[in-house]
Every structure is written in C-alpha cells, then in structure tokens.
Ligand binder design. Sequence first.
Ligand SMILES: [Zn+2]
Length: 227
Amino acid sequence: MQKKYLPVLFAVLALTALAVLVGMRTARAQTVFSYAEEKTVYLTFDDGPSTVVTGRILDTLQEENIKATFFIVSDRVRGRENTLRRIAAEGHTLGVHSATHDYRAIYASDEALLSDADTCAAVIEHVTGITPRVYRFPGGGTADFARQKQLLTERGYRVVRWNAVCGDEEIAHADAAQLVAESIRTAGQRKSVVLLLHDSAPHKATAEALPDIIRYFREQGYRFAAF
Ligand SMILES: [Zn+2]
C-alpha cells in the first residue's frame, strides 16, 4: 500500500470504531427504554369541555401523539358538541364526571348520585355515540367513598381516582411553570401516575403547561395511556 493512503485507512478504521461504539450505546439505551416503558402516565382532564382550553389541549395531545382521558361535565357540553366529538374522534377516552358539578345536589342521596352520572352519560352518548365506562367523583368523593364507588361499579363504571395533581385547582393563580413543578413534585417516583388536570375555561395555564409536563415524563421514560 502506498504511504499516501495510510491516512485514509486510518480514517476508515476510526469511523468504524466510532460506529461500533455508537451502536453499543444505542443498544444499551434501548435496553433501558424497554424497562422504562412500564412506567405510565395517565393524563386526566376534569371539568370540561371548554372551547379554548380543551381545544388547545387537544392540539398538544395530537402533536405529541398521546391519548388521554376527559371526565366531562355534561351541563357544559351545549354549544361545545364539536369539541366533545373531537375528543372522541381523536381517540381519547370520555368519562363521566357529573351533569352539574353541584356537590350538594350530587351527594344528596344514592339516587341523586346515580341519576347525575346517568344524565352525564346520556349526554355523552347522545352527542358522540360512545357509552362512557369510566367515572370520576366530583371533588374526589365524600367520606362515603367506598360504598358510593360500589354503587357506581355495579352501574358498570370503573371509578378512577388520581395520585398526582398539576395544582391548577389547588394553587391559586398558578402559572404554567408552577403547574409543571407541582406535577413533578406530586408524581414523585411513582411507576404509575394518574395526573389530575382541568380543561375548564379558566385553566389556560394548564394548556400552556402541558407540553412541558409531557416533556418531563417522556424524559423520565414514561409512556402515556388513557383509561
Ligand atoms: Zn371536577
């Protein structure tokens, strides 16, 4: 071999070694990822639909290719039927939250609780053709939670609580950065995170925080799922 080709040979060898090293790193990263895939975040949005905030949240979920769960207040559907249909059409789960979100009326009796859920479910079904199968208690439920949960389970619902919050109802006038920080703080090291967010009209900061919330959990190796 002529001496002038030596640098070329050296460069080829160096590039080959580099490719092997990168390949090993990628393989190692994939091993870690397949373990991390079991970590799951359920993004759950209560109290909608609203026109602007729900719309912005749906845009973000679409861009990120993530499915979420929306617990609906059916009294807020009128005039926003297209938003409800969009939630369904884009593959998210529609759940029952309440017809009125009026705690005093909802928790007045077992009959009132079930009738409220039935009314909400009927609206969702009428507008979207989908029969909702998940339920979230307005205000998280009462001291009588276990018994009321049993009633709703017998009615055919899976009752879904939460184990982390973004703070959009808990922290007054929280900005997007605070909501991201609160999501991270309350999720802690949980492997399965059910994050409570709200998509009702006042919660523009929640829509604003969502891309950063998603980025954080992605970076931590979580996958996203709907109920
Ligand atoms: Zn609520």
